[in-house]
Design a protein around this ligand. Sequence first.
Ligand code: UD1
Length: 418
Amino acid sequence: MTYLEIEGVNYLSGNIEISGAKNAALPLIVSSILAKNEVKISNVPNVADIKTLFNLLQNLGAYCEFKNNNAIINTKTLKKTIAKYDIVRKMRASILALGPLLARFGNCEVSLPGGCAIGQRPIDLHLLALEKMGANIQIKQGYVVASGNLKGSEIIFDKITVTGSENIIMAAALAKGKTRLINVAKEPEVIQLCEVLKDSGLEINGIGTDEIEIIGTDRELLEFKDIQVIPDRIEAGTYLCAGAIVNSQISISKSNPSHLSSVLSKLDQMGFKTLIEKDVITLLPAKQIYPIEILTSEYPGFPTDMQAQFMTLALKANGTSIIDERLFENRFMHVSELLRMGADIKLNGHIATVVGGKELNAADVMATDLRASSALILAALAAKGTSRVHRIYHLDRGYENLEEKFKSLGAKITRLEE
Ligand code: UD1
């Protein structure tokens, strides 16, 4: 199996370009199911999750071409409506196909994604909303079997869900009549999906607020314009944390600083100033690294996808930090690996107490999920000696050209086979 060997302590310098956001590209690619024309999407990150999604669409009969971060998708030839377990199990976000497939064809079967490393991650809110829109939903042999002609309805999400909101927005686009969605996610990735649908002629109001109104087309497909995926705010935040953990000056370009407000504000509280010029963010070294308190929440709050990286950074702070993980019950899998590197972290339910200032030592560590893996790379950069991060297929799901980007910042990082 492939692993990464990283030599620390490794100071960084230079600039890297941020890729397109995986979590924005996924719903945009799926939304091509709603299109009557060929859909062209640029700035698509070349990562494993995106390839899994193309695989899913191709398996359903769609035409997909993906070269140099540009995708062309044509779903005119899409005939099958069964999203198979073999593909869905590789990526939970495949559940995004449920809403658009059902809305366009009136029936579909999508394998239940099952649990994942960071927690149970149910899809009950997706299903409840579709039922409210008139769908008949049954769970048969591990599949969500859905049928019915969707009608506009009023839906109140009990909890804010990102893919749940995206799924139902896409379903409502082709439903008959008006849908009102209340307590919708406001993540930039959700907003981009709404804007793309609006550009393709859909009547949709309240974009960017927690209440959205959509006038469905009653199964008439939409005419999509060309799309450019927004920058990946989590990738951007990860590289900023990498610069911070070795207290170096680095810059990231092709980012969207306005999507990073909560992350930049936490860096500031820790003593790291950032300079912003258009799409370039420069991180300046801190005179002293201060401990922090973090509470993960929905956008525009602090993202759970940045929790592991900031926990690792808190290991360098002068004092004790508190991290409260509110979204996923099992998102502390990186802690036991960080302990192997000499970290002082105590867990009490969803709260982690991180005692900073201890020296980190290199070790063999195991990646457990996408963002936890990047936290281990950051720890390895700051730890004395040679660390090996195993099971890096988790990283390949979401970080484009990870070694090349780290190398261009001066990191001593090599991909090797066991
Ligand atoms: C998305 C992101 C993921 C990020 C997460 C939270 C994608 C592809 N993934 O995941 O990177 O970490 O948002 O920002 O965009 N919930 C329910 N029932 C449901 C749906 C969700 O109880 O039907 C709960 C979840 O267990 C969790 C919370 O709602 O506690 C938020 O989850 P959700 O926003 O749905 O996460 P994802 O969309 O899966």
